[in-house]
Design a protein around this ligand. Structure first.
Ligand SMILES: Nc1ncnc2c1ncn2[C@@H]1O[C@H](COP(=O)(O)OP(=O)(O)O)[C@@H](O)[C@H]1O
Ligand SMILES: [Mg+2]
Length: 270
């Protein structure tokens, strides 16, 4: 397990979304209205360290650049790093492609998970796990399929969802549970979770928070992006960072998240 180090990261918009394909960025409207056009800087010098096994929370008002940071960590081609670096242990993530980053154990749960017609979560996971560890001698696909079922059970995802097209016709909450299911079953070392709590009712939120705690107990390093303090009732972070206009403007412990819940961001973003 390794430490994530982000140094003086500057990111520009390379290709505004025209298809909504940037998961985490739902529509083209802002790009079309000139907000967020190609070439516009979004991240303006992010410095962030997430030590191995730690849970960090990134908060901040809408449009601060939180999802952009998550997407940049996974080398989404819509964003271009113009300065700075991202490393994870010995891996220079800022110079790697998305599939290489995933193989290094860095995964992202999207703010707005995409629908994948004709591919079930079981198909997707079995294909992915083959890539990760399928060549290992002691890996048995039948056991893995059982593991998918067990984890789905824990998250109260019905069996039918495992074999139908991924996210097709799913509610917001069901999609979010699917994201956590996938992350739980792949050999992740660092997981970035973008707004997992939006669209979840309180029971689903509890289940998801419990599952995230299991990942944490496994030693996975976590970067949790969230608007609200809600999920932090169950997951106590080691560090909380507030982002605004593409910068981290305040860092602290979990009490910072509590203060924001009470008073909002007003004190920090004058
Ligand atoms: N793909 C994109 N196309 C157009 N504008 C974008 C895109 N991604 C980000 N932006 C712009 O960058 C800013 C930060 O967005 P985002 O990272 O989604 O913020 P957050 O996740 O904190 O709400 C916003 O002003 C948004 O309009
Ligand atoms: Mg976002």
């Amino acid at each position: 397990m390794s430490t994530l180090t982000i140094k003086n990261l500057h990111v520009r918009l390379e290709n505004p979304s025209t298809t909504g394909l940037r998961a985490g960025y739902p529509s083209t409207t802002q790009a079309a209205t000139g907000h967020g056009g190609a070439g516009n800087p979004i991240l303006n010098g992010i410095n962030l360290v997430v030590r191995r096994g730690q849970t960090c929370v990134l908060m901040g008002p809408n449009g601060s650049g939180k999802s952009t940071l998550g997407n940049t960590l996974l080398a989404n081609p819509q964003y271009k790093i113009s300065r700075g670096s991202i490393t994870f242990g010995k891996h220079m993530l800022s110079k790697m492609k998305t599939d290489e980053i995933a193989r290094a154990g860095v995964l992202l749960a999207f703010q707005n998970p995409q629908t994948v017609s004709g591919v079930s979560v079981t198909n997707l996971l079995t294909a992915a796990v083959r890539n990760f560890k399928g060549k290992g001698k002691d890996f048995k696909m039948a056991d893995f399929r059982e593991e998918i079922k067990d984890t789905a059970n824990t998250l109260k995802i019905s069996k039918d969802f495992l074999s139908c097209s991924l996210n097709e016709g799913f509610s917001g909450g069901e999609k979010k549970k699917m994201e956590i299911l996938q992350l739980s079953l792949l050999p992740a070392q660092l997981i970035v979770i973008d707004e997992i709590d939006s669209g979840l009712d309180i029971d689903a939120l509890k289940l998801v928070a419990k599952q995230i705690s299991r990942l944490r107990a496994r030693g996975v390093t976590l970067l949790i992006i969230t608007h609200y303090n809600r999920i932090l009732r169950w997951i106590k972070p080691d560090r909380v960072h507030i982002m605004h206009k593409g910068k981290i403007i305040k860092s602290g412990t979990s009490t910072l998240a509590t203060a924001i819940e009470k008073k909002g961001y007003g004190d920090y973003i004058k």
